[in-house]
Design a protein around this ligand. Sequence first.
Ligand code: NAD
Ligand code: MG
Length: 384
Amino acid sequence: MKNITILGATGSIGLSTLNVVSLHPDKYQIFALSANTNWQKMLELCHAHKPHFAIMVDVAAAEQLQNALNSETIVLSGEAALSELAAHEQTDYLMAAIVGAAGMASTLAAAQAGKRIMLANKESLVLAGDILMDAVRHSGAELIPVDSEHSAIFQCLQGGTKGLSKIQLTASGGPFLGVPLTKLATVTPDEACAHPNWVMGRKISVDSATMMNKGLEVIEAHFLFGLSHENIDVVVHPQSIIHSFAYFDDGSVLSQLGLPDMRTAISYALSHPERHNSGVGMLDLTQKKSLEFYPPDLDAFSCLRLAYDALKAGKSAAGTLSAANEIAVDAFLNNKIGFLEISSILEKTLEAVSVVSLDTLDDVMENDQLSRQVARSIIEATCA
Ligand code: NAD
Ligand code: MG
């Protein structure tokens, strides 16, 4: 029996994880769950899954949860509790499903404690890739990707990496594929969040619409698989059936296919190296009219280009990009800036913040805070 801790339990990935875990009561039990502010949803989850611990990062939400709960679940609050339970001796597997930099410290704590980390929070790797990968190597932790593209590559590489020439991440292109730039200036947050294939949280949905998500994934792949930017390609594949490709020197190309449902990647992260039921239906390719592939348009989707630039620059550049992106996406979701301004704010932030070495978590946090401040002041200047 494995004890599962899910950080970000009330989100899209968190709920899908609970869904898969519930299919296997003989294999897994829920040890701890966390959420930011949504104590009503957490109350439901506590009744259904009876965790030992429930963390509400927000103190007032923790009090509300505590007052409403009549079970034995222990309620904790504050950010420090996330890292404590990620590294808790009774946590076997951590699902890292918090959105953004807020998930980084707990992912690192689990890595230092040698846990199996099922990594959805790609921002952890983008911000602190070298530090996180060092901690994993040092402690013998297992880092299993949950991002569907990286899960695909991870599965394709189970036979080893000998002769691996490059990988190619598939991208759906998001809701605005083929929409002319002139029309993008006025799109609303709800239009940007209406993804054609996947139902996801709002931040990653906007990232998919700008293709920043694919940019973050290129950087994530660099750290996970130890590949240079030259060996990581992106191809637009609007149907989201093929989840990525691994190309080998002998001309072989391996890929992993499946319906666009995150429970497949979540299930694999839980069961690796075995497989078990995820609740996802079987793919029937005879029911798919066509599978299309296009090169990405780096002029229309400049966020993807900026991510490659940041990866080439190395050191703190990827962290700066991700921090500025969180601020810009939040401003867009709150109707403070237009959709097309997201990429220009990222570009200006990258120009303004110096690229420095990140040797410790403190360095990472300092660069993150500075980049956020710079991005905020650029937004204020834009709005003024
Ligand atoms: P979501 O917005 O649906 O859920 C986010 C979760 O994080 C919630 O439980 C929320 O309470 C918690 N949270 C938010 N802010 C927090 C904070 N400051 N401190 C602590 N907890 C906080 O997001 P999601 O779509 O589930 O995505 C989660 C992560 O998984 C992201 O990093 C995303 O890039 C990655 N991911 C998601 C998908 C997907 O299909 N949804 C696919 C691949 C990767
Ligand atoms: Mg993905």
